[in-house]
Design a protein around this ligand. Structure first.
Ligand code: DON
Length: 558
């Protein structure tokens, strides 16, 4: 009975969203991204008559210019869209794919150990990019403007240049060792072989040319012809195994988002090949059985951690590319399954994660970019795009102007061995020709009777738990500015430890959690770069906020 009521409530909410525009209350748009130039690019195309989807193309392509350490043409992304006119919700899956010649042996060294260098640096770590196909798809199927207009800001900034911020420069210096291995990368990102300093103007005329080709020819401008040939030659020369067929065969997939309800809220999130939506559904379904508001903070955190632990165990065990593997999705999403998991949670004691051998999360820097958009019509976009770790594989093919991803590391390249985020996997996430690596990217919408939120963040495996905590903040009535600023905590089953940002817990709370059997570790660095927009459905008031850990001026409403 309960479930049927849930479905009815969810549908009613969807109808309400459809009518948000008809009410005519919202006249503003909100955009929050990782860089103020990208946010401004979004508003520039809205000013030319574009909608949220055109803005998404402008924001995403500009991020590829101004934040190349996080995402770009050499990477991929997952874009969650809500179209106000008919209520259509879809995830545009522009995730990278394994090349046809993928061979797991390439990721094992002569001694039979995992070759981490091959999986995160250079040509073998790079999967076939999906970003351009995704942006072209969004523009052609959902936008109002030609690509020439929505790509114009990115082309202009790539050609004219801009002054990178301190984060860009710091992250570039962190990856210098890999960047200097490849002449194309060194020529683009280093100044006389050195990491650039503040005041440097970064120009990428090659990237401007590639973007112009895409503007003129659409997807073929990247996946066929000169750009494709340059990419394949460059990757092969560097020791990789891409082919022209890998590029010409790349296709975007439209996936039905994962949806679920939590205490009157309807949540829409990423479908496989992301684990995000399923893990979020599992955690919310477990937590839906408790009255969290009545609990003290320590017990609340305990239950959230136990839900995280169980969802991440299922992630490692079951999830992969839906086009290649069978997954028990109905079971994982069922509230009865969640009730079973809930029954295994002790109210005051941690459950040890001792089913797999422990391993450490690699603390090396990593990046990705999330942006959130809501336009005056009520169209929503939550886009998370990535080249995986900072500056991806570090490989720039000469003449292209962008770095290739190192997304191959998101596959279980060596079964059971953790990837850069400490995530293990099995055959469900094996690299197969043309398959997509399992992701944690979780672009999400939170839809309530009075308020709508668009949320997401980078952060590898922590994306899912940051989005969980962000959605809780939204449901509790926090503003986007509060949500993005909250300190964060995370558990991913293995290693069996709650990692937390500084300030997430008081000393007293740490003691109480430890007394319950939890192990805690405080993270040296802050995590994530959350970008949230929201709209009050009654007043039309729109808010946008960007994470104070990054460029907090890039959440703008106008
Ligand atoms: O798709 C994924 O889950 C990862 N490639 C995301 C990487 C990431 O978020 C790195 N950012 N901090």
């Amino acid at each position: 009975m309960k479930r049927i009521r849930g479905v009815v409530a969810a549908t009613a909410i969807l109808i309400l969203i459809g009518s948000a525009h008809a009410a005519g209350k919202a006249t503003q748009a909100g955009i929050a991204s990782a860089h103020v130039l990208a946010t401004q690019a979004g508003f520039e195309v809205i000013g030319k008559g574009g909608n949220a989807f055109d803005a998404a193309v402008a924001v995403a392509s500009t991020l590829s210019v101004v934040e190349p350490q996080s995402s770009g043409l050499g990477g991929g992304g997952l874009f969650l869209l809500h179209r106000a006119s008919d209520g259509k919700q879809v995830m545009v899956d522009a995730r990278e794919t394994a090349p046809a010649a993928v061979d797991r042996k390439d990721y094992v060294d002569a001694q039979g150990n995992a070759d981490r260098d091959h999986s995160i640096n250079g040509p073998l770590s790079a999967a076939i990019p999906g970003e351009v196909a995704g942006l072209v798809w969004i523009a052609q199927h959902y936008g109002k403007l030609p690509l020439k207009t929505s790509l114009a800001p990115a082309i202009r900034i790539a050609r004219e240049g801009f002054k990178p911020d301190a984060r860009f420069l710091k992250e570039l210096a962190m990856r210098k060792e890999v960047i200097e291995r490849y002449p194309g990368s060194a020529a683009l990102y280093l100044v006389n072989g050195r990491a650039p300093k503040a005041g440097w103007t970064f120009r990428s005329p090659d990237l401007a040319r590639v973007l112009e080709r895409v503007a003129a020819e659409g997807k073929d401008g990247f996946y066929r012809g000169e750009v494709a040939r340059t990419l394949v030659d460059g990757v092969r020369k560097a020791g990789g195994n891409w082919s022209l067929d890998d590029l010409s065969g790349y296709t975007v997939k439209e996936r039905e988002p994962i949806t679920f309800d939590y205490r009157g809220w309807h949540i829409v999130s990423a479908a496989p090949p992301s684990s995000g939506g399923i893990a979020l559904a599992e955690m919310f379904n477990i937590l839906g059985g408790y009255d969290l508001a009545r609990l003290d903070r320590v017990h609340r955190v305990h239950l959230m951690v136990e839900a995280m632990r169980r969802a991440f165990r299922d992630r490692a065990e079951y999830l992969g590319d839906p086009d290649f593997v069978q997954m028990p999705i109905t079971r994982l999403l069922s509230i009865d399954y969640a009730a079973g998991l809930r029954a295994s949670i002790h109210p005051d004691k941690a459950t040890p994660s001792d089913l797999l051998p422990p391993f450490l999360v690699d603390e090396q820097g990593s990046h990705t970019s999330h942006f959130s958009i809501i336009d005056a019509e009520g169209n929503l976009v939550a886009g998370t795009q990535t080249v995986n770790l900072i500056f991806g594989s570090g490989l720039v093919v000469p003449g292209t102007g962008f770095v290739l991803n190192d997304e191959m590391d998101d596959f279980a390249l060596v079964p059971g061995k953790p990837n850069a985020f400490g995530l293990p996997g099995n055959e469900h996430n094996a690299p197969r020709p043309g398959s997509r690596p399992l992701s944690s990217m979780s672009p999400s919408f939170v839809i309530g009777a009075d308020r709508i939120g668009v949320i997401g963040t980078p952060g590898g495996s922590r994306i899912i738990t940051m989005v969980l905590e962000g959605i809780f903040g939204f449901i509790e009535g926090q503003s986007p500015a509060q949500i993005v600023a909250n300190p964060r905590f995370h558990h991913q089953y293995l290693p069996d430890v709650i990692s937390a940002e500084k300030g997430a817990f008081t000393r007293e709370e740490v003691k109480e959690l430890e007394a319950m059997g939890h192990k805690l570790s405080e993270s040296e660095r802050p995590w994530g770069f959350m970008n949230v927009v929201s709209r009050d459905r009654k007043t039309g008031v729109t808010q946008a906020a960007s994470d104070p850990r990054g460029d907090s001026g890039s959440g703008i409403v106008k």
